[in-house]
Design a protein around this ligand. Structure first.
Ligand code: NIG
Ligand code: FE
Length: 419
């Protein structure tokens, strides 16, 4: 029964991720942790949260009781706010070449790089791409992720970008978790486009944007600002047009050179993602704005590059989210907690900063006000780790995975661990 009230508990610890600062550093002592907790859900929403005993007394007559026998830690479902999981092919050869000392540009010139994934993705039918996206979404779901942002960007023509965004829409309809799509038609200037970067962006703005709106394919627009992609000058007019039409803006910024983050602040983008090359000026500029800084540690690991200066960003007052960036080139691992906990040890992040970056602060990066916290009125997206202490989550660096994942009040995944 869809709207049957359910009471689930007791949890050894329930982290609400509520009442935390929206920006800046967070101490673990600031986490709201309810011991011996329970959660009450109805119609896909959280209707009560508190101590198990008190909630049992209050709801016993109306609710179906789901009583847990072991120690569990409950958290909001993670939000992976930056992925490129709608792709075809594989770039293991790029990884091998990079590790043999070749540069990104040399690899691209030898037929690798983003353009090789474009060829593989163009060769996929929409249904194939949908199925690949569903498969990867389920892999992320098993990691406790209940909302996944998915970018296009391996089509790079009007029809091919539409194919990818339609495949993401179909995947979202078939999938247990929510997929939030983003148009990244401005990932690089396609090699087969006969004209300037500006002309390509103009064509996309004129011919693709109206279809995205008409078919409700996305409300988010992303651009890769980098030497190998678009300059801030080229991107600005394109993003202003998108903004005028009501799209939220997010920018791949400061990955190799510190281009992009200034434009993200100027245009009031919702997020600036990567920032591995950001220096004090860029860090302070972002910290003084409402732009969410999205760190992508798996891309640093995949490329063997510096990490996003997450500690400095937080200390300067920025809002930090962490995402997987799962893509076949720079971030093939597709593991969120592994990357986040490695970033934590390299950058000295508190547990509260990491968990917030994957929940309430990631929700802000996608402008989703209905999730990211366990709070009455929000959607019942949560997951359970079989452990007595939330510190084990980052400590085990991905070695501990959720045993149950709940989405909109429904149990969508369970992985019974041996007891
Ligand atoms: O987020 N930086 C640009 N885009 C992706 C990588 C794309 C690729 O290499 O296929 C990223 O790292
Ligand atoms: Fe990316």
């Amino acid at each position: 029964m869809e709207n049957q009230i359910k009471l689930i508990g007791p949890f050894k610890q329930l982290l609400t991720m509520d009442h935390l600062p929206e920006k800046g550093a967070i101490l673990d002592a600031q986490l709201e942790i309810i011991d011996a907790a329970a959660i009450c859900i109805s119609n896909g929403k959280i209707i009560d949260i508190g101590h198990f005993q008190a909630l049992q007394d209050k709801w016993a007559n109306q609710a179906q009781m789901i009583v847990l026998e072991a120690d569990y830690v409950a958290l909001p479902g993670y939000i992976d706010c930056h992925t490129h999981i709608a792709f075809g092919g594989n770039r293991a050869q790029d990884f091998a070449m990079r590790n043999a000392g070749q540069s990104y540009l040399a690899i691209a010139a030898a037929g690798g790089g983003i353009w090789s994934t474009v060829a593989h993705t163009r060769a996929c039918h929409q249904a194939e791409l949908r199925d690949l996206t569903i498969m990867r979404s389920r892999d992320l779901m098993k990691q406790g992720i209940t909302t996944i942002e998915v970018k296009s960007g391996y089509g790079l023509s009007i029809l091919e970008e539409l194919k990818i965004l339609r495949s993401i829409k179909e995947a979202n309809e078939a999938c247990e978790v929510d997929l939030i799509s983003t148009c990244l038609a401005a990932h690089m200037k396609p090699k087969d486009f006969d004209g300037s970067a500006e002309a390509y962006l103009q064509e996309i703005a004129e011919e693709l944007f109206p279809v995205l709106i008409a078919e409700k394919l996305t409300h988010r627009m992303d651009v890769f600002i980098e030497e190998s992609a678009f300059t801030a000058e080229e991107a600005k007019g394109y993003l202003l047009r998108a903004k005028d039409l009501g799209f939220d803006i997010s920018i791949h910024a400061d990955q190799f050179t510190n281009a992009g983050s200034a434009l993200a602040v100027e245009l009031k983008a919702v997020s600036a993602d990567h920032l591995e090359a950001s220096k004090t000026t860029e860090i302070n500029r972002i910290a003084d704005s409402d732009v969410v800084a999205v760190a992508l540690p798996a891309a640093s690991l995949g490329l063997g590059c510096a990490f996003t200066p997450a500690r400095q960003l937080l200390d300067a007052g920025a809002c930090l989210a962490i995402a997987s960036d799962w893509n076949p080139g720079s971030a093939p691992m597709g593991r969120l907690m592994e990357g986040a906990s490695i970033l934590a040890s390299m950058e000295k992040l508190s547990n509260a900063e990491v968990l917030s970056a994957l929940t309430n602060r990631a929700a802000k990066a996608l402008r989703l006000a209905d999730r990211g916290k366990l709070k009455v009125g929000l959607i019942a997206d949560f997951m359970l780790y079989k452990t007595a202490n939330y510190q084990n989550i980052t400590y085990l660096q991905g070695g501990l995975q959720p045993e149950q994942v709940w989405k909109n009040g429904q149990l969508i995944y369970t992985n019974k661990t041996k007891s």
